[in-house]
Design a protein around this ligand. Sequence first.
Ligand SMILES: [Zn+2]
Length: 442
Amino acid sequence: MPQHRPYFNPKVETLPKDSLRELQADMLRDVVDRAYRKSPFYRDLYRKAGIVPRDIKTLEDLRRLPLVDKAKADRAYPFGMLMCDISQVRQVHAATTPSRQMLPIYATEKDLEDWAERCARVLWMIGLRPGEYLQNAFRFGLSTGGFGFHYGAQKAGMISIPASVGGTDKQISSIVDLGVEGIAMMPSFGLFLGMRAQEMGIDLAKDSNLKVGLFGAEPTSRRMKNRLAGLLGLKAFGEYGMNEFLGPGMACQCVVKKGMHAWADHFLVECIDPATGEPVPEGNSGELVWTWLSAEGTAVIRYRSHDISRVLWKECLCGRTHPRIRRITGRTDDALSIGGYIVYPSRLRDVMLLFPEVGPFQVSLDSVKGLDCFSVKVELREGVDIDPVVLTKRISSAVCSYLVCTPLVEVVPRGSLGLEGVDPPFRVIDYRRSSGRYGAGD
Ligand SMILES: [Zn+2]
């Protein structure tokens, strides 16, 4: 494949908008029909709404389909959204819901190939080329972070280093010694990596071959991307993905950096008024709702992201015709992103209910050296006599087991949290919002 070519898949990436919309309408009819026939969850949902697949003829008919959110999708556990024979499934990943830590997402061989293609387009778009290294420090596990870019790098002829999270010193050595050109990671880890390198006497901006960085899985402001660019000596790009759609490879910034291109031959992205569910005029702010048009294994149709953004179909200066979503400016639910994981305060409360000794509690989130710091202060109920060291260890272990993240737990004097009379008796304080993590701009 010629190195100078600006697009990984020129034909598809520059397909005229009208052709893309026509393609989307065809794919929508097809996926609704398959979901109705094969997914018990969607069949039940559409029957209750009085809808049959032949009602969906055009993209305008999309609005007739009920919206699905995480709470509703929870009812599909474990096989409700599956829409192929289980023998066709090759890989299972998972999304989280407010009441469950795992909602399985099934991928067939075709889904994995599509995933690799989308991620290859992303890596090519930001400037990586065959023969160059991608050090991939997203997690490899049930949540989809690492795998997509691993497959994408291989498909595009790059060299994938599946570094995953952690092992910071080793990651720095690998970047410097191998001459790595591209990295993919959470922005907080990028900052940590850059600062740790400085402690080791290494200036990655001067001493490495890095040229591009792909940053995602947690909110990133323009200020933070500029900081990463300076610290690591690279061009920083933002990417967007949701585990319900296999995560990476949904949308990414191009070199123009006026939004993230969402691959319209695989996904249909709407922007709605979160209060009414009605579409907002193009370019206006609203909640993103996604439909996985090309899916074979898992039906995910009109799925609420709870992410607030804008959608633009105007052709980009880079020549790509696929719509762009702008920076995520907030959420319509109370989900928290901690170290790249989505955590619901309601789940934290469920975990605390396992401890009858505990009364009111307070969750604090802060950013220390770019990394998320997650702490929980608890008050004991009246009359409880327990070794605080033992209790904090048990709470910390339970929270880690249910939510994957390990908090710092502290027992504080009764009444000190000021939560008497508050129902439910807990609060969440996110100091990161004033720390530059959630800034303005793209
Ligand atoms: Zn562009």
